[in-house]
Design a binder for this molecule. Sequence first.
Ligand code: CA
Ligand code: CA
Length: 513
Amino acid sequence: MSLFRVASWTFISAVLFGVIWTEAMVPHRKFEYKYSFKPPYLAQKDGSVPFWQYGGNAIASAENVRVAPSLRSQKGAIWSKSKTNFDWWETEIVFRVTGRGRIGADGLAFWFTENPGAYDGNVFGSSDKWVGLGVFFDSFDNDNKHNNPYIMAMVNDGTKEFDHTNDGSSQMLSGCVKDFRNKPFPTRAKIEYYMNTLTVLFHNGMTNNNDYEICLRVENLHLPRYGYFGVSAATGGLADDHDVLQFLTTSLYPPGQAPAPGQATKVSPEEETKLSQEYADYQKKLDQQKEDYKKEHPQVKDTDSEFEDWFESDSQRELRQIFSGQTQIYDQVRLLSQKLDEVVGRQERSLGLLSALHQGGGQIATQGGAPPPPQMGQQQPFVDTIRRHEVDALLTNQNTMITAAREIRNFLMEVSTKMDRVLEKQDRGTGTAQVMGYDTVSIVNEVREALNGVKRDTETVAQKLISQGPSLSNCPTCVTPLVLMLSIAVHLIILFIYFMYRDSKESQAKKFY
Ligand SMILES: [Ca+2]
Ligand SMILES: [Ca+2]
């Protein structure tokens, strides 16, 4: 009893330890709004994005940041205004790369660097020789290895120049071929840097689900402890729209190192006054803008402008419904394809079993006619035709027919010997008419008898054949044609001999006259 108690306590404590250990491994997460942007109101009315600075050909709207538009040789970037103050982080970028061309250019880059880069640089719209991490979504295949669109990560210590002609293949940490252009839903990337391990996950935008795939993972990586986040993009001779819809940063803290709530939100007095001043200014600006708007559009009611963003237009709703419908169709098609694969697999298996059975059919039949396996399904009746009793019936029939054929052959031989005798007598040609007449009558009688015998035999064989039923009519080894041929041959021979005999008799009779 005590042993059992000890064992159960050990088990419980092990489970508890496991739970605690697993929970202890999960990092504490905190959303970092200063390193994030997302709609609605991504950009304010004056076009600025709070906590971010953008430039080059980038344009920010309430819904997204068009980092580079689909025009030739465009470059743009958006950089966080402040440096991070956390060691580990995860960033989710929701973006769209769309263009009318079958291929596009140049691509989009995610940055985490010691200093913010340029807005019109050489590496996907930002600066070369950076210090930190760049994750590139490279649309254009510069090295002609047919491996683009490609996602890759590269770390630079400020000395290396990006090797565009080889698509950076010799400099990258790791990468994966993933198509991110022209997808029905926005594509997403999750870039995580936690405990010196970089993980890049990718969502291909084919569904609205949360199914990320791993693209790359690099361990023992050392990035600058604090840095700036950025996104840049560039077009070349070919051009895509490069839109970032969301940039969401979360700081990660190992268990036990989570920031205390007070500490996390602690701000210096100067910053506090600055922030409250900024807030007051912003509020004032907003009120001013509202006033201006009312003055400019006196006929428009307040509620309209306030609530119009809460409702979607007919076309937006239609588009959303089409998208959700397509997602459902896609899921169903995927499910159907899986089912079809299963069915095909099962059918192939059934066919294999069936052919094996068919080949070894006789063998199986002699083993006692075991019923076919239940998975034979609809093919069962076909296998049923080769049961033991049927094989037996077939063999009996064949034997009967062989015997009948033998009897016919014996008859034929008898007839032929008798005919030979008649011919011999005819050839001699010496006997009297009387003798000849008597002989002829007896021979004719004999021939008639033989004919009747053949007829009887043929009839019995025919009756036997009919009584065997239709199953044998399909039998490839039946003797029916043979019997028929033989009987026809016998008839012909007898007729031929009879005619010969009659002719000779007539000629003899003529001689007498
Ligand atoms: Ca390239
Ligand atoms: Ca390439």
